[in-house]
Design a protein around this ligand. Structure first.
Ligand code: TXA
Ligand code: MG
Length: 320
């Protein structure tokens, strides 16, 4: 594995070539880092699953450089999905649509749908453009962590997660810390109305305003498989406890206005919701680096991004 920290145009071209050659390229996005492979290359996609340790029936999101690529992959695209794509791409939103034959079952986990996203990070967009210029159709990329673990938002975190699983030919592009910090909003676009499968920085209210529909948050289709929907996910090694009293030696996460309990170790002190999302996974990782056994978290209150943060915290805390 080679880390490229100064991503010049020439080096991005080489990274695009590495994808065409069937290698893996870890790239930054505005949400979290992605572990990318040519989405039509079965062997390359199989390597994603083995490097992540992920069950093969969990579908991957395909990343494209613009809305123009949508019709290469998806069929029967409803009007509201076009509106969403026009409003929020490039950005932290994934659309689930009926697939075309280009989307093979090895990338869709055997489902009849495909997940598509145009990421907003300039390096990701440049990589996708270069890849498409040389004939590529899209880059399949899950978050660049081992299955069930916390998504990486920095190159150091990518290295901790996958450093010992990537091959010498694989590349890692350093694009700094991810600005959003939690994974994209996933929207099921198969029906007459959008259904939010995973909340994110494109909020319920934004989807409602854009499409003129009311989102029913309890309407989660069970015929669809999103691993982010598993109850336990996004977990550090330390136990995550929500709203409990912190003891000396515990890690502690809360808004800056909440005082650190005596003897607890402050992991992050966000001043607003954007900072809470951006720094959350860094805080969870810090606890593991310091060998802490418990992280006490005061979940943020409110709707929008706060509810997406609570979704991740509830999953990180589940079952431990
Ligand atoms: O922000 C993100 O979405 C990041 C960056 C790298 O783009 N990617 C990401 O990928 O979080 P991953 O694989 O860690 O989570 C994507 C989720 C998974 O839970 C997967 O099951 C779901 O999206 N998904 C992908 N394609 C799907 C499909 N066709 N139907 C249902 N769920 C799908
Ligand atoms: Mg993931």
């Amino acid at each position: 594995m080679r880390v490229i920290s100064e991503c010049t145009e020439d080096l991005i071209k080489r990274a695009a070539q590495a994808l065409s050659d069937g290698n893996l390229v870890v790239f930054p996005t505005e949400t979290v880092y992605g572990l990318g492979a040519d989405a039509v290359n079965e062997n390359a996609v199989a390597r994603i699953y083995s490097v992540k340790g992920r069950p093969i029936d969990h579908p991957l999101i395909i990343h494209i450089s613009s809305i123009n690529g949508l019709t290469d992959w998806a069929n029967e695209i409803p009007g509201y999905a076009i509106k969403l794509a026009r409003s929020f791409w490039p950005g932290p939103m994934t659309l689930i649509l009926p697939k075309k034959s280009l989307a093979k079952s090895f990338v869709t986990g055997g489902q009849g749908t495909v997940g598509l996203r145009v990421p907003a990070h300039p390096l990701a967009l440049e990589l996708l453009k270069q890849f498409e210029r040389s004939g590529g159709k899209g880059v399949a990329a899950p978050s660049a962590n081992r299955f069930g673990a916390v998504s990486p938002t920095t190159v150091e975190a990518v290295n901790d997660e996958l450093g010992s699983y990537l091959a010498t030919e694989d590349l890692v592009l350093d694009g700094g810390q991810s600005k959003v910090g939690i994974e994209s909003t996933i929207i099921d676009c198969r029906g007459s109305n959008p259904v939010i499968l995973r909340p994110g920085a494109v909020t319920v209210q934004m989807v409602e305003e854009c499409t003129g529909t009311i989102i029913d948050l309890n309407q989660r289709s069970n015929t669809i498989r999103a691993s982010g929907l598993l109850e336990r996910h996004y977990s550090p090694r330390a136990q995550v406890l929500l709203g409990e009293k912190a003891e000396a030696g515990d890690g502690f996460i809360a808004m800056v206005s909440v005082k650190t309990p005596d003897g607890a170790i402050r992991l992050t002190s966000p001043t607003n919701m954007e900072e809470y999302a951006r720094d959350l996974y860094i805080g969870l990782r810090m606890a593991d680096q310091q060998g802490l056994s418990r992280i006490i978290v005061k979940s943020p209150e409110g709707e929008g991004l706060a509810s997406a943060i609570r979704d991740r915290l509830n999953k990180a805390a589940f079952g431990k």
